[in-house]
Design a protein around this ligand. Structure first.
Ligand code: FMN
Length: 188
């Protein structure tokens, strides 16, 4: 197998988080700093975040809008972080389209994810939540579109999970081989 950075090789999305661990101010700052320094088209930095730490109001508001399937495990995480993007103003011709803003947000979260690994944290991204309900609950401005909620914490005990999640937690992870990802040129 080709060589992979140890940080990337060690990254995965756990369901079991340690419910006794709090996210420190330093850790939160480190994660957001990583996101802040992500590249973005035109350096527009269209990402916005809301950080909730266990038991605070933001955490509770984010948690209640998660899909039931995600609520089964995400409440153990030390923090829930909403990732939102700024919808480009229409209809300016040169305005970046919405997909670009989502792409940029994804890069910021990817940076945050790798940074988490450097400080012993894991993250588990979720798009399984009620975006419309959350936007109303948080009274987000019309141009701030919630896209992902990221569970952050230290690894917990897989035995604390319900049976089906425990099995998934310890299963081998799979990826398509690189050969399946490469596009070819059509003849002619
Ligand atoms: C944008 C995005 C949305 C995701 N949404 C969910 C989700 O709602 N619930 C969930 O359990 N996992 C979710 N995941 C986690 C993926 O299922 C996980 O990344 C994938 O199975 C690969 O596993 P790995 O991250 O451990 O390599 C999401 C991941 C991404 C990147």
């Amino acid at each position: 197998m080709a060589e992979l950075s140890p940080l990337l090789a060690a990254r995965w999305s756990p369901h079991a988080f340690d419910p006794s661990v709090e996210l420190t101010d330093g850790e939160a700052a480190s994660l957001l700093e990583a996101a802040r320094w992500a590249p973005s088209a035109g350096n527009r930095q269209p990402w916005r975040f809301l950080l909730g730490r266990r038991a605070d109001e933001a955490y509770k508001r984010l948690f209640v809008h998660l899909a039931v399937e995600n609520q089964r495990w995400a409440g153990q995480a030390s923090a829930l972080l909403l990732g939102a993007y700024l919808r480009p103003a229409a209809p300016a011709v040169a305005a970046p389209d919405q997909a670009q803003a989502v792409y940029d947000l994804g890069q910021a979260v990817a940076h945050l994810t790798v940074q988490a690994g450097t400080i012993g944290l894991h993250v588990h991204q979720m798009t399984g939540f009620d975006r419309a309900g959350l936007a109303i609950d948080l009274a987000l401005p019309d141009d701030v579109i919630p896209h992902v909620v990221v569970a952050v914490g230290r690894l917990g005990d897989p035995l604390s999970l319900p049976e089906d999640l425990r099995r998934r937690e310890t299963e081998l992870r799979h990826r398509h081989p690189v050969t399946d990802l490469l596009l070819g040129l059509s003849p002619g």
